[in-house]
Design a protein around this ligand. Structure first.
Ligand SMILES: NC(=O)c1ccc[n+]([C@@H]2O[C@H](COP(=O)([O-])OP(=O)(O)OC[C@H]3O[C@@H](n4cnc5c(N)ncnc54)[C@H](O)[C@@H]3O)[C@@H](O)[C@H]2O)c1
Length: 471
């Protein structure tokens, strides 16, 4: 498919967004309570809402706490690289029970089940009967939270179904692929009173959390600019038939031209700048290079006759976007998974008193540093490391421990009844560059409006990832 059309609706999207699917075929579980039931029954048919700010259909979810519970009962949907890698982080927490797991590939679900049993928990229920079996999982009445680690085009439908069935839901990045879907997630979260979160693990990186606390303590002065990226050479993995479950991720390079994966870079910088908590992002202008990297890699590595030879790649090898905030700050976003380079999320922040840049970490702040010589970022650890990193100095799990820190904190909020560190408004904001950067590149870099998904709540300061340790 060429880049003039965002993408065809998948079979699943068509099924899930038809008027009949809005509530009717999706039974509301007993745990969902009357509010969710009423909301689902009145759920509106989907309509394009790219330009107008839709009227709020429920009270805000900003700052809404989870219900308190002794045990947090979770389900995992999607047990590929990410889902299988994350299950250990949930199982490490004694107050969390894995009740159900779902993947159409039965061996993957069975492996996850074995991990649950090995951790001393009863075997979870398995949902392996095709791509729609998550719907049956979602109707269970013994699940508090659904974790979704499936291919991108399924995130919206699974999150939607989870909320309509009264479950809180956390989705891997990006939360959805279209602006209308992001609005629908916002509306549904408000209607059902269920949280829908983008589980952005990079917000919990040790460096990111230290910079966040330093920014909020005023160490950078007035904040001016930041940058984040997903610059990760994925060429080998994208063409490896054994890595992903099918070519789903590579195929996005035949459909969109913009930033396919903004969240890892955007989330942390948005937190530094209190986006949705005192500032908001208002527009994005994006530019993209030619799309050459994947075709060149294919020519060098893929045998004639490989199915990939039928594909035409249109996704820019590198996209560069400028995001403006209501307070006049600038955020640069980059995305590049198709050329050789060392991994970088850039992760920088600058203000009137200095700058931090990551990869490698270095800092320059007045009055601590002078003569254009970068300073030692680790010198700030004792004073500014987040309490989560002080309590968990050597966290287990992948990605340097940030996955575990995120899961620990989320499950803590669910157990003791705190608001989550981020919510559906953040999920929609951090994901909005996916459709909007594509639109901007097609329009020669013309600025695209980023909607105010909070509908004005952004002006209210409130806590987020920079949390206080619960008593
Ligand atoms: N936050 C991170 O650091 C991080 C890292 C890797 C991947 N991810 C994200 O995790 C998600 C999954 O990526 P992956 O690398 O694990 O891909 P993958 O292809 O390895 O796994 C996807 C899994 O989902 C299953 N699946 C597909 N459709 C399904 C459905 N309808 N119901 C249930 N299961 C279904 C597949 O069978 C497969 O096992 C993506 O959104 C990706 O961007 C995030």
């Amino acid at each position: 498919m060429d880049d003039q059309t965002p993408r065809p609706p998948s079979r699943r999207t068509v099924l899930r967004t038809g008027a009949g699917a809005a509530g009717a075929g999706l039974g509301i579980a007993a745990t969902s309570g009357g509010t969710a039931r009423a909301a689902a029954e009145s759920a509106p048919a989907r309509a394009p809402r790219e330009t107008a700010v839709p009227k709020r259909r429920g009270a805000t979810m900003a700052g809404v706490p989870f219900e308190r519970r002794t045990t947090v009962r979770i389900a995992l949907v999607g047990l590929g690289n990410r889902g299988a890698g994350m299950i250990g982080n949930f199982l490490a927490l004694p107050w969390v029970r894995v009740v159900a797991v779902c993947d159409p590939v039965r061996t993957k679900a069975e492996r996850a089940s074995a991990a649950v049993v090995a951790a001393g928990q009863p075997a979870p229920a398995l949902y392996t009967h095709g791509e729609d079996d998550y719907e049956n999982l979602c109707t269970r009445t013994d699940i508090d939270f659904v974790y979704v680690a499936t291919p991108w085009d399924t995130h919206f439908a699974i999150a939607r179904t989870a909320m309509l069935n009264g479950k809180h839901v956390g989705v891997e990045c990006p939360a959805a692929m279209e602006l209308a879907e992001l609005w629908e997630l916002v509306d549904l979260s408000e209607q059902t009173r269920r949280h829908c979160m983008q589980l952005e693990n990079c917000c919990y990186g040790r460096n990111e959390m230290r910079v966040l606390r330093m920014a909020h303590a005023g160490k950078f002065g007035e904040l001016l600019h930041g940058a984040g990226a997903y610059n990760h050479d994925l060429r080998g993995l994208l063409f490896d038939p054994k890595y992903y479950e099918g070519p789903w991720r590579r195929l996005w390079h035949t459909r969109l031209r913009g930033d396919l994966y903004p969240n890892h870079g955007f989330g942390p910088v948005a937190n530094y700048m209190d986006v949705n908590r005192g500032d908001r992002v208002v527009s994005i202008s994006s530019f993209g290079t030619p799309a050459l990297g994947l075709a060149e890699y294919r020519a060098a590595h893929m045998p004639a006759g490989d199915p990939s030879w039928k594909e035409t790649y249109v996704e820019s090898d590198r996209t560069i976007s400028m995001v403006r905030t209501a307070r006049g700050r600038l955020i640069r976003l980059e995305h590049d998974v198709s050329t050789p380079h060392p991994y970088s999320r850039i992760n920088s922040l600058g203000g009137t008193r200095g700058v931090f840049e990551d990869y490698p970490a270095r800092i320059y702040l007045e009055p601590d540093h002078k003569d254009d010589v970068w300073g030692d970022f680790s010198a700030y650890a004792a004073e500014f490391d987040h309490w989560l990193w002080k309590d968990h100095a050597n966290p287990p799990g992948a990605h340097g421990g940030m996955d575990y820190i995120m899961v620990y904190r989320l499950m803590q909020c669910l157990q003791i009844g705190l608001p989550p560190d981020f919510d559906v408004y953040d999920a929609a904001t951090w994901t909005a560059p996916v459709p909007l950067s594509h639109a901007s590149i097609k329009a020669d870099g013309a600025a695209q409006e980023i909607p105010d998904f909070t509908r004005g709540e952004w002006q209210r300061a409130r806590s987020g990832v920079d949390s206080a340790k619960p008593a």
